[in-house]
Design a protein around this ligand. Structure first.
Ligand code: ADP
Length: 874
């Protein structure tokens, strides 16, 4: 019997089975305990002591625990480390458990408090302020492959925003990269699921269910009014609702009506492009050094989240881009309005997230206060905007959404104290004057408190003990305390005091008068708390009923913050409004890389601005010049200018005409990617292959030293072939940086390709990098000069110089390694030139008329074919 698990362990194990691979937080009194492997994982992540208790199956059970009052901080760390946590709470009191045991005829010592998992805490389903980053959306994404398409449902339950989209399988990585979800969920029978996907039953992902659930949630007879949703989108929506329901154990969080994201509406960028352009995160991880860190001047968390969204998914529609640019222009042209508005916005609380918590049933009085303050700030914003002349269309369409909450704001203002607390157990958040019955209850307990203070004075006098005090603690409630030496006086039978407790240096008493006042406080306090609780529920109900309008207000405030912040950034950095075109061009004068420029400015250095001019008949620039000369910077700055323009931002340039691109690709030669596991050259080629298969004439591609991850000959050959393919087949705008001198010969055969280089000059024997772009091929490679700049010792440089001279001499004699390449037929031509191979076996097979054969003949023919196959093998 020693191995029989205790009832508690049985209960634990049953809950753990339900929790699956989530860590189980098992509530025991004031602690959440973890056992077995969960304890090992958690103690490692949290750096807390791993202990053990009892026995299970003959072994000690590893365990660790976290105090309930500090659980949020521990949860945050576990979630950050990629864990999911199931919270098992006690769902009855020990007294209830004992009563239940009694009813079941068990001794009360056998009574085990019932526990249940009340919630799964996962990265994608957080709403708590403490667990969320204010300036970043927190997305949960479900992915549903249905026949040829893949549906994606993305939602941020902290604000309720939900989007559905569909993509083709090869585009899934790019879509997921754009969304940057905290958690990705897919069906359990999907073999090609992206790594890290959490598997849920396939039956959760039925499109019919998705449609039915969305209709039910939003009280709609049809979804037609919301947009066009495909089967894969609805299947993903079904999976999303099912997962949220699973995580919330039946409670659904806040979901706004879904928006269908069209496939061509955005500038597509895959994960490699995002990483190399460091849009939301720098290469080393983290926000510092990224594009967004350099652009973001938002004064609200919601604005910063909207900006991150804009930069992750720039637009591909000219009207939509122009609408955003006009909004930025409005604030750029009116610095006073901008400053006033930003001052107001800075005060505005994050109503989107407060609303998310309230709808999810995890809201607090403070959240109600935030809704009140946020909505009234929105009204001020509306008044300021509508007073400003020539309001752009984007803002005109928002004026309605900014107001319309007068009755709610008024109600909240009357009902709540100015700064309501985050805890509601203690009450104290309903304002005086709002509810007369509540005021009366408060008065009663206030009077009683004053009465107690009066009693203290009276007893001191009566007993002649100035050190007498009336105190309060949780166990005894109110009591009278005197130092031990005065105790006897009060012990007397007729003193009017009853003895309660003798301590080391003090004696404690009760009295009838004190008891009466204390009961009045307790009773009135209990009623007051109940009254406040009822008001809380009512106010939350009112806010929840207006949730869609409040969410629209939050969205409008976020957009206004982004527009004003981009105007601020533009003014600060002297950026210009780009002219947006439909034809594939990119004409930039005085272009700068915003992040590099900022970094240089910190060191007191100046960034050298450069021009770029790509159009269909001069669409591919081959850029040479020394290492460290500024090639990568030039490539990226132009990609970023295009990205910023399509996101609706001003751009770091003196002028810019930007033709809208459908896709943006950025690739960096392999040696910069050494940290990754796969052969770096393999990565480089896989990524390059993706461009060659996906780019169109409307795309914009930057290729930085592609081919350098392998030997010189291989690398140069590949670079050569890639340039030709981009020029001849993709025919898109492209900037290609290379240190292979020989590629300049491509200018002879590719008429829309031109040669450029970053300038360098020798000055007093030293190499000076000018970071200035000039027309024509680089005159030489300056490799040794750069080596000297980098501090390579003299003897090595001298030896290198000797080797180089020898190589150059040989090159001069033979025409160099690229000799004759100019005569090579172009890539496209060479593909066409390839003859289809004759294949005897195929011809024989095609000639067979199966229907005319007997089974025996068929078998014989099969033997013959097999023999032919082995005779033609080489
Ligand atoms: P390459 O790709 O040619 O090796 P990079 O673009 O990486 O060179 O630039 C190397 C360094 O030169 C950058 O880190 C930056 O400090 C500086 N630099 C690049 N472009 C400029 C510029 N236009 N003006 C000033 N400094 C620049």
């Amino acid at each position: 019997m020693a191995n029989q698990p205790t009832p508690m362990m049985q209960q634990y194990l049953a809950l753990k089975r339900e929790a699956g691979d989530a860590l189980l937080f098992y509530r025991m009194g004031d602690f959440f305990e973890l056992f077995f492997d969960d304890a090992k994982v958690a103690s490692g992540v949290l750096d807390i002591a791993l202990t053990s208790r009892g026995e299970h199956g003959g072994d000690k059970v590893p365990m660790c625990g976290v105090p309930v009052h500090a659980a949020e901080g521990y949860l945050a760390r576990l979630i950050k480390a990629g864990c999911r946590v199931a919270i098992a709470e006690q769902v009855e009191t020990p007294e209830e458990a004992k009563a239940r045991a009694k009813r079941e005829g068990l001794p009360s010592s056998k009574a085990l408090v019932a526990r249940d998992i009340v919630r799964f805490v996962t990265a994608g389903t957080l709403t708590e302020e403490a667990l969320l980053e204010p300036r970043r959306a927190n997305l949960l994404v479900t992915v549903a492959p249905v026949r040829d398409g893949i549906g994606l449902a993305a939602c941020d339950i902290s604000t309720g925003r939900m989007e559905l989209e569909e993509c083709a399988p090869p585009a899934l990585d790019a879509a997921l990269a754009r969304l940057g979800a905290s958690e990705v969920v897919g069906p359990d029978d999907w073999d090609n699921a992206p790594s890290g996907t959490i598997a849920r039953p396939r039956s959760d992902f039925r499109s019919d269910d998705g449609e039915a659930r969305l209709k039910a949630i939003h009280g709609l007879a049809t979804l037609d009014g919301l947009g066009t949703f495909t089967r894969p989108m609805l299947a993903a929506a079904a999976g999303l609702v099912a997962y949220l329901e699973h995580a919330g154990r039946g409670n659904l969080p806040f979901l706004l009506p879904p928006v269908a994201r069209g496939s061509g509406a955005h500038l597509a960028m895959d994960a490699a492009t995002r990483a190399s352009l460091e849009i939301l995160e720098a290469q080393g991880g983290g926000r510092a050094g990224s594009l967004i860190a350099c652009v973001d001047r938002c004064v609200t968390g919601a604005g910063a989240r909207q900006l991150a969204d804009d930069l992750s998914a720039p637009l591909a529609d000219r009207d939509a881009i122009e609408a955003r640019l006009a909004a930025v222009h409005h604030f750029h042209a009116d610095p006073l309005l901008r400053a006033d508005l930003r001052a107001v916005l800075r005060q505005a609380p994050d109503i989107g997230r407060a609303l998310g918590r309230l709808v999810a049933g995890r809201g607090s009085p403070r959240d109600l206060g935030q809704i009140r303050d946020g909505l009234s700030e929105a009204r001020r914003v509306r008044d300021m905007l509508s007073a400003s002349p020539d309001l752009p269309g984007l803002f005109q369409s928002m004026i309605g959404a900014l107001g319309g909450h007068a009755a709610l704001v008024d109600h909240l203002a009357r009902a709540l104290v100015p700064s309501p607390p985050t805890e509601r157990q203690q009450g104290g958040f309903i304002a005086a004057g709002y509810d007369h019955a509540l005021d009366a209850l408060r008065e009663t307990s206030g009077n009683a408190r004053r009465a107690i203070a009066a009693l203290e004075a009276k007893y001191r006098e009566e007993t002649g003990t100035p050190s007498l005090k009336i105190k309060h603690n949780k166990v005894l409630g109110y009591f009278i305390e005197v130092p031990a030496k005065h105790g006897d006086k009060l012990m007397a039978a007729d003193s009017g005091f009853t003895h309660r407790q003798t301590m080391a240096g003090a004696v404690r008493f009760n009295s009838l008068g004190l008891h009466e006042e204390a009961s009045r406080i307790a009773e009135a306090g209990g009623h007051a708390l109940a009254a406040e609780e009822a008001h809380f529920e009512e106010l939350v109900g009112e806010v929840v009923a207006a949730r869609e309008a409040i969410a629209a207000t939050a969205a409008a405030l976020a957009r206004i913050d982004v527009s004003a912040a981009l105007a601020e950034r533009a003014a600060e950095g002297d950026w210009c409004r780009p002219e947006v075109l439909d034809e594939p061009r990119l004409e930039v004068t005085g272009g700068r890389h915003p992040v590099v420029e900022q970094a240089l400015a910190r060191g007191g250095e100046r960034f050298v601005a450069n021009d770029c001019s790509l159009r269909f008949d001069d669409r591919l620039w081959l850029i040479g010049g020394p290492n460290m000369g500024g090639k990568s910077t030039f490539l990226r700055q132009n990609a970023l200018i295009l990205l910023l323009a399509q996101a609706g931002s001003y751009v770091p340039a003196a002028s810019a005409r930007v033709g809208i691109a459908d896709r943006l690709f950025s690739r960096v030669g392999a040696s910069d990617n050494l940290a990754r596991g796969r052969s770096t050259f393999m990565v480089e080629m896989v990524e390059t292959a993706a461009i060659l298969s996906q780019a169109t004439e409307r795309s914009f591609v930057i290729l930085d030293e592609v081919g350098r991850g392998t030997s010189t000959f291989d690398g140069m050959a590949l670079a050569w072939a890639v340039v030709e393919a981009v020029h001849e087949q993709l025919r898109c705008r492209c900037l290609f940086a290379t240190h292979y001198h020989e590629l300049s010969r491509l200018a002879d055969s590719c008429e829309a390709l031109s040669l450029h280089h970053v300038r360098a000059r020798e000055w007093k024997g030293d190499l000076v990098l000018l970071h200035e772009l000039a027309v024509g091929a680089a005159d030489r490679s300056y490799g040794l000069d750069v080596a000297r700049l980098a501090g390579v010792p003299q003897p090595v440089l001298k030896r290198a110089r000797a080797v180089l001279d020898k190589l150059e001499k040989a090159r001069a004699e033979t025409g160099g390694i690229a000799a004759g390449l100019g005569d090579l037929p172009l890539f496209a031509a060479s593909v066409q030139a390839e003859e289809p191979r004759r294949d005897g076996l195929r011809e024989t097979l095609e000639a067979i008329d199966i229907d005319s054969l007997t089974p025996r003949e068929a078998l014989e023919r099969l033997y013959e074919l097999k023999a032919e196959a082995s005779s033609t093998k080489h």
